[in-house]
Design a protein around this ligand. Structure first.
Ligand code: ADP
Ligand code: ADP
Ligand code: ZN
Length: 214
């Protein structure tokens, strides 16, 4: 299964991607995670991406497109993948279409996790992630058993550098201006499947399985 997962920042893409990865046994490729891993290692790409991420802006397509093509060329993506956070504008979507066409591949579906902007600022600033394994929590909606400690691995929880009020607002604005037009783009290709992301975690995943089975 070759899938995209879309949605505003904080909609629950990363959270549901973990379920989808396990249920459909496909690799989860998050461009945000790749940039953050590069920053942690202080690579040239990571340091460059940071300039944009800190402001809530998109990293330039020239860097992002090549990174995704390289990742999708790896052997584990042959039978399927879940792309999360890419594409984020029409130019990236066109680059992806071109790449898939060259390789005689096509997307099976584009999942859209729909959540109203009002709910999202709270989700973003309350998000905590494990420094060690990357598991995602929320201080109110999905707190760990012990404050600040990951249930899965015992690692320390941290707040992402870009999960501040100011950056969250810019990211939501960037979504409306640059990413939202992709919904019509994929609707036009008859690939778009929307689910209501403003429901309990488990219910959102139930709905995802339902729309993907159709
Ligand atoms: P995204 O990858 O789309 O930015 P995340 O999956 O990281 O979003 O979720 C953002 C925050 O919202 C996290 O703190 C997560 O625990 C929380 N969250 C995710 N799904 C739900 C949900 N259905 N209800 C309430 N909170 C949620
Ligand atoms: P969220 O889960 O809140 O939607 P991400 O982890 O997907 O956030 O992305 C964090 C930041 O990484 C973005 O604000 C942007 O700066 C950068 N980024 C991630 N994916 C892309 C992409 N496809 N194109 C450009 N920038 C990206
Ligand atoms: Zn952990």
């Amino acid at each position: 299964m070759k899938l995209l997962i879309m949605g505003r920042p904080g909609a629950g893409k990363g959270t549901q991607a973990v379920n989808i990865r396990e249920y459909y046994n496909i690799p989860h490729i998050s461009t945000g995670d790749i940039f953050r891993a590069n920053l942690k290692e202080k690579t040239k790409l990571g340091l460059l991406a940071k300039e944009y991420m800190d402001k809530g802006q998109l990293v330039p397509d020239s860097l992002t497109n090549d990174l995704v093509k390289d990742r999708l060329s790896q052997a584990d993506c042959k039978n399927g993948f879940l792309l999360d956070g890419f594409p984020r504008n029409i130019a990236q979507a066109q680059a992806l279409d071109e790449f898939l066409k060259e390789n005689n591949e096509a997307l099976d579906a584009v999942l859209d996790i729909d959540v109203k902007p009002e709910v999202l600022i709270d989700r973003i600033v309350g998000r905590r992630v494990c420094k060690n394994c990357g598991a995602t929590y929320h201080i109110k909606n999905n707190p760990p058993k012990q404050e600040g400690i990951c249930d899965k691995c015992g690692g320390e929880l941290m707040q992402r550098a870009d999960d501040t009020y100011d950056t969250a607002y810019s990211r939501l604005k960037v979504y409306d201006e640059q990413t939202a037009p992709l919904l019509d783009y994929y609707r036009g290709q008859h690939l778009l499947k929307s689910v209501n992301g403003d429901q309990d975690f488990a219910k959102v995943f139930e709905d995802i399985k339902k729309v993907l089975a159709k």
